[in-house]
Design a protein around this ligand. Structure first.
Ligand code: OAD
Length: 249
């Protein structure tokens, strides 16, 4: 890790009053939640079109639910890590802070983040495909697959699938936060899924300093003000040290 680069990024973050962060699966990797791409990624073992599309759900709702039920069980066992916790500290010190996440695991909220904009939904929500009623169901495993609504209709996971639009209110808040941010922090996302990845050039074009934290290069790394290579659970606590902490050496 380049210490001078890290220190520069830390100072930008400290000085900014308006900050937004965009997170992806990488921030939960150290909590034991599998990412989608890369080694061990879910899309290495499963085909998105068979599991994460409306067509797949129409074809075989039970298969789709078995996969989501397995993921819910994995996530239920996971605990937020030092990366999630650092973002809670950041929120507490900024007059304007928005945490935009592509993750559906709820670990940011469990860590204590308050203002979380969820672009891809929430794996703990279920929605009826017939009456549209939505509710939270945190049972893992679910007692019956596929689960059904009181009206008799099939319930689906409350997540955004490939080919579906993002929730409009969440997207509006995300765009607004990216436009307003003095510093835009991008953590643990491969930055290849749009429209979410488009928030990075939007923030940059709107004048934000963009800091990336990722274990690997991404398509944006070379275009950013500061790209920090390493684990979110290690870099974020260094970027956002606890109050009273003084770096030595
Ligand atoms: P990906 O799995 O595409 O990317 C995870 C990123 O995290 C990669 O760039 C890794 O290098 C990085 N990474 C892994 N471990 C890390 C760690 N400990 N610290 C820092 N970085 C780490 O996940 P997303 O970018 O979130 O969409 O994927 C975006 C969307 O694609 C997901 O929301 C999901 C998926 O298909 C839907 O389901 C709609």
């Amino acid at each position: 890790m380049n210490g001078a680069l890290l220190e520069k990024a830390r100072q930008w973050l400290e000085a900014a009053r308006s900050v937004a962060a965009l997170t992806g699966a990488g921030i939960s990797a150290e909590s034991g939640v599998p990412t989608f791409r890369g080694p061990g990624g879910l899309w290495r073992r499963y085909r998105p079109e068979e599991l994460a599309t409306p067509e797949a759900f129409r074809r075989d709702p039970r298969l789709v639910w078995e996969w989501y039920d397995w993921r819910r069980q994995r996530i239920a066992q996971a605990r937020p890590n030092a990366g999630h916790e650092a973002l809670v500290r950041l929120e507490a010190t900024k007059p304007r802070f928005t945490l935009i996440t592509q993750n559906v695991d709820g670990l940011h909220e469990r860590a204590g983040s308050r203002r979380v904009v969820k672009l891809h939904g929430d794996i703990w929500m279920v929605r009826c495909v017939v009456c549209g009623r939505e509710r939270r169901d945190e049972r893992a495993p679910l007692p019956e697959l596929p689960p059904r609504c009181e009206c008799g209709g099939l319930l689906r996971p409350g997540v955004v699938w490939f080919g579906e639009a993002l929730p409009p209110a969440a997207w509006e808040q995300a765009e607004e936060a990216a436009r307003q941010a003095e510093v835009f922090l991008v953590v643990g996302t491969s930055a290849v899924v749009y429209p979410a990845a488009g928030l990075i050039p939007l923030a940059q074009a709107s004048g934000a300093r963009v800091i990336e934290v990722n274990a690997e290069q991404t398509p944006y790394s070379s275009r950013l003000d500061c790209s920090l290579r390493g684990l979110a659970g290690e870099i974020l606590p260094a970027l956002i040290p606890p109050a009273g902490y003084r770096q030595t050496g």
